[in-house]
Design a protein around this ligand. Structure first.
Ligand SMILES: NC(=O)c1ccc[n+]([C@@H]2O[C@H](COP(=O)([O-])OP(=O)(O)OC[C@H]3O[C@@H](n4cnc5c(N)ncnc54)[C@H](OP(=O)(O)O)[C@@H]3O)[C@@H](O)[C@H]2O)c1
Length: 226
């Protein structure tokens, strides 16, 4: 396999939502799931999210010491084909290497501001610029490049568009969804957005369903399509 092992993970309400109707952040996981997620981040060593998650939530993308004391630093990968994430984003300034995957079609002013911030602040940042003038990044090419950088395992954490693309293209090995005891409604982001499958569906097998101490449950799936 010349791509990293991919484990998709997200937290959902019982009605399939991963954020509030306006896309703002919703705390779904309790302490039990938070600990599991941070342990997973630490074990896999690399975490990946889309530009939408950075713009909306401004996450730090770290492993918290309270969950995994003394954890090694993470590779924090963000896909931003057009160059929209703020150069002030918090993940750029937390422990570990940040990797921004963009395209030839990205906003060139944004790119030069990012490079200036990297040099001025001595950020641990790598920018991967792949071909594609339409601002799209080919996920297979991206995974090959990351594999060549010795990144062998990645936890894909969202959001809705990114998860859809990995599942649509069969680019995953495991998929876990934590369902918290919440109902939100509305038309906010779901576990997977995108256009959806008009024929068939993703080929997965449920390996285990675990009732969790915080009143939710965890569904552990494996892909049978790769
Ligand atoms: N509950 C959870 O576990 C969880 C976890 C993470 C996020 N979230 C929620 O998810 C929501 C964000 O989801 P989202 O779907 O809006 O955003 P997203 O999936 O994080 O990012 C999507 C954006 O990334 C860029 N992108 C995606 N694929 C690309 C590709 N192949 N090439 C180039 N660029 C690509 C695109 O930007 P352009 O449109 O500019 O091209 C796209 O709009 C937030 O509400 C957040 O709170 C929840």
């Amino acid at each position: 396999m010349d791509r990293p092992f991919i484990h998709i993970n997200c937290a959902s309400t019982l009605d399939g939502k991963i954020a509030r109707p306006d896309g703002s952040r919703l705390r779904i996981s309790g302490p039990w799931d938070m600990k599991r997620v941070h342990q997973m981040r630490s074990e896999l060593g690399a975490i990946l999210v889309g530009a939408g998650t950075i713009i909306g939530d401004d996450p730090k993308l770290t492993v918290k010491d309270e969950y995994v004391p003394g954890a090694p630093s993470l590779n924090k990968i963000v896909i931003d084909g057009k160059g929209k994430i703020p150069v002030t984003s918090r993940f750029l300034r937390t422990k570990g290497r940040s990797i921004i995957v963009t395209s030839e079609g990205c906003d060139r002013t944004w790119l030069s501001e990012l490079i200036t911030a990297k040099e001025k602040e001595e950020l641990e940042l790598e920018i991967i610029e792949l071909d594609g003038t339409d601002g799209r990044v080919d996920l297979q090419k991206m995974l090959k490049a990351l594999h060549e950088m010795d990144i062998k395992k990645i936890m894909v954490e969202g959001g809705a568009q990114i998860i859809w693309e990995f599942v649509e293209q069969g680019l995953f090995d495991r998929f876990t969804i934590y369902y918290g005891p919440l109902l939100i409604g509305g038309k906010g982001p779901t576990v997977m957005d995108g256009i959806g499958f008009m024929k068939g569906a993703a080929s997965i097998e449920i390996e285990k369903i675990v009732e969790t101490p915080d009143g939710g449950f965890l569904v552990e799936m494996v892909s049978i399509d790769h």
